[in-house]
Write a protein that binds this ligand. Sequence first.
Ligand code: F6P
Length: 367
Amino acid sequence: MVSGAPPKRVGLWLNQTVGSRGLAVHIGVLTGGGDCPGLNAAIRAVTRASLDQGWSVTGLHDGWAGVLARNSTPLTIENTDSFLDVGGTLLGSSRTNPLRTTESYAKAASVFDDMGLDGLVAIGGDDTLSVAGALAGDGLPVVGIPKTIDNDVPGTDMCIGFDTAVETIAGSIARLRSTTMSHHRATVVETMGRQAGWLAALGGLAGGADFIAVPEQRSTRDEFVAHVQRRYEQGRDYSIVVVAEGAEIDGLEVGEAGVQATDEFGHIVLAARSVGESLARAIEGATGIETRSSVLGHLQRGGPPTTFDRVLGTRLGVAAVGYLAAGQRGQMAAQRGPHIEPVPLVDIAGKTRPLDDSYLDLLSLFA
Ligand code: F6P
């Protein structure tokens, strides 16, 4: 809250535009799930647009954990303005899932009355937005903003953080190329992305990888081996292959350690499969060519956001506040072509967006 606690009002939202009664309006904002660059741009935009409406804004700490604990901080121009170009989230994040029990869901739903919130902006990936969708489905004034380096939220062309992560992957491949060439080796680069190949495909294409494996298309161990062997026979005595953490490679034994460990949304820890290292050992074993693996890991989630992600976060943040102001609850602000448009949260709940088929052709052309 910018100037003192807002009055507590219940049910303002029913069939009303926020602020339409001329009462002080108070909204909350949270960031949930894996962090990414560009979140601070969105938080700043939500704050600015809300203050511009004459509303007060509260940041909930650590995603849904902050909602359950009622752990929050008033947001102002002063405490949000200097983070536009800083990675991570100034609000903190978590993978806490209020949908796990009826009690925790009820606790999350009662945050509106308890904290006097007239609206809530949930910034997150498919998990965070599925909670937002459930609350919205129950008539609560929630809107969403898609973010995740995985870029797998349906209904939007782009998620906040993806562009920066692609830059990081492409830049990392460039660095790995010089050492790989110098030592005439093969390097296997493992990217994040869960069951979606957006990061591996676009990062690999932008970085000039010579073979890219994504979860949307099964590949085989023998294909990788033949590819690396062929390059050497053609006189190109180095190779950079990219593999998504969730890629399925027939004939390759991947690690099992940690596979049983799941987060609160039921996701297994895919990094524990060590697909990159397993592939490197298989290539070296079959070809005799010295092969290293490099897991880019959480480096993909760090660093300053690209200008694209700063602008995307800004546009989505302002749009989300606009939906609340117009009484369009239950919407996610989405980039569709050049426009920012509302997409119903209920339409995307429980779904993810795989890599577009058009990229699969590109991948085979450059392999
Ligand atoms: O969803 C984003 C993401 O970075 C995935 O690509 C990855 O599998 C996962 O998060 C890693 O999560 P954690 O930060 O919990 O290790």
